[in-house]
Design a protein around this ligand. Structure first.
Ligand code: 5RP
Length: 221
């Protein structure tokens, strides 16, 4: 199976987590795009969706799915999104597409986070994929210095602005032993909007697509 076929398989498997008639949260990226296409094919399944990026909102609308403002919605039964890396505890690195802040906000509101990913995203230790940090532009150099002082190597994602008008620093060369603690420490730096570690609120369920089919993992209690 190709990587795209694996992404499509997990996207299809995620449909069973979508309650009929609900408003759900939808992530960003190529795997999330397959999920949006599955939602589009399941005509009338949902009442609407909250999008984690402008790109996702546009794709949902193209399928005729109503895009809601998160401020108009109290709860979301489920949030479905991809990941750049996911570990055995279902902590993730996200934000390869730069949508990490809105993704984290929508995920915070959702009761259940379903991560959909092909098996290449499974890792023993997070950090090989550069960890994105969204930063207010005027704080870029300060945040870079603070991250360097922690022993890491931040690099500005050139030519990229987030949907929120901010910049991204990608932190290379990490081996993240305690993702929850690092998530908190990075977010404590003034000027950081958020970082791409999803550990404090990780996934509840992961649907992982590999040659043996789609396997379902649950977050350890
Ligand atoms: C975007 C994300 C994506 O979920 C992540 O980058 C995975 O993308 P893809 O499904 O294309 O591999 O966090 O900000």
């Amino acid at each position: 199976m190709t990587q795209d076929e694996l992404k499509q398989a997990v996207a299809r498997a995620a449909i069973k987590y979508v309650p009929a008639g609900s408003i759900i949260g939808v992530g960003t990226g190529s795997t999330a795009n397959f999920f949006i296409d599955e939602l589009g094919a399941a005509t009338g399944l949902i009442r609407g969706a909250v999008a984690s990026s402008e790109a996702t909102a546009a794709r949902l609308r193209k399928h005729g799915i109503a895009v809601m403002d998160l401020n108009e919605v109290d709860t979301l039964p489920v949030y479905v999104d991809g990941a750049d890396e996911i570990d055995a505890g279902l902590s993730m690195i996200k934000g390869g597409g730069g949508a990490l802040t809105r993704e984290k906000i929508v995920a915070a509101v959702a009761r259940t986070f379903v991560c959909i990913a092909d098996a290449s995203k499974r890792v023993a230790l997070l950090g090989r994929f550069p960890l994105p940090i969204e930063v207010i532009p005027m704080a870029r150099a300060y945040v870079e210095r603070q991250v360097r002082a922690m022993g890491y190597e931040p690099r500005l994602r050139t030519g990229f602005t987030t949907d929120n008008g901010n910049v991204i620093l990608d932190v290379h060369g990490m081996q993240i032993e305690n993702p929850g603690e690092l998530e908190r420490r990075l977010n404590d730096i003034v000027g950081v909007v958020t970082n791409g570690l999803f550990a404090r609120r990780g996934a509840d369920v992961a649907l992982i697509g590999g040659p043996e089919g789609v396997i379902e993992l649950k977050r350890p209690q």
